[in-house]
Ligand binder design. Sequence first.
Ligand code: SF4
Length: 318
Amino acid sequence: KYFPLKRSISEVITRKPQKFVKAVDDISFVINKGETLGLVGESGSGKTTTGRLVLRLLDPTDGIIKIDGVDITSLSQEELRKFRKKIQIIFQDPMAALNPYMKIGEAIRHGLQIHKIGKTYKEQKEIVYNIMERVNLKPAEEYYDRYPRDLSGGQRQRVVIARALALKPEFVVADEAIAMLDVSVRSQLLKLMIDLKEEFNLTYLFITHDLATTKYICDRIAVMYLGKIVEIGTFEDIYRNPAHPYTKALISAVPEPDPKLNKEKIIPKGEVPNAVNPPKGCRFHPRCPYATEKCRTEEPPVIKIDDQHEVSCHLYAK
Ligand code: SF4
């Protein structure tokens, strides 16, 4: 009576069903132990979905995801819970990733409790203190009882990193982990992540829209466009010898500190098409300056340029 419904019930029932988006479509890649694979693309390219699939925070409709030889798509919820100790994620927004009503020390200890790490409260607190000190939240005793709201954005992301690393994972998905931070804090956090990788012998999937950041941390890079991996290669392959026209455009947009090395800017035509109804053939063809009739009708195969470098583009077909 007092709060009129915005939509009548009949309206809700008769609404047309939403169309499905294939956020990730037929992709395949390997991450070797100890390396950092960068997953790069604009928003809507499917990189975040890929990161969530790797952790099985989303279930794929088809395909397999193997970690350490185990197909995680076939694990039960209980098996998955145990397995998750090995694989952790660092989200973009630390404020959303932390419980605002939980002290940060307790937030880190909570993971230890779930995974039964440390026998006593004292032992767990010791582990938390050590990891907090390691991520530069020190003195840890002073930070332990603070709430997320008492910290800066950079400090909150340090808490999220500490919470992930307290479980001694082997594999970490960093999903735009430094994107929301100030530029100066970003470089500190990036350095911390690089140091921690060495120290904890980690493997990273580093998801970013910012190709420039991959320079400092990635061994190999996969470029995504509208749900597909269009190119994958070593850092040198992608930076020095990009093959796909979309990768070339991304590289040309990376700012170059030396003005003498000013590169020609390549700007793809138009906007990224709607993922609900992606273009036929090569998904990049409406924006590609080299598109041919074949590109409009046939999906390009994956073509090996060398051992580590692959591209999906008709230009490279023999
Ligand atoms: Fe451009 Fe054709 Fe290559 Fe697609 S397949 S990137 S449209 S040249």
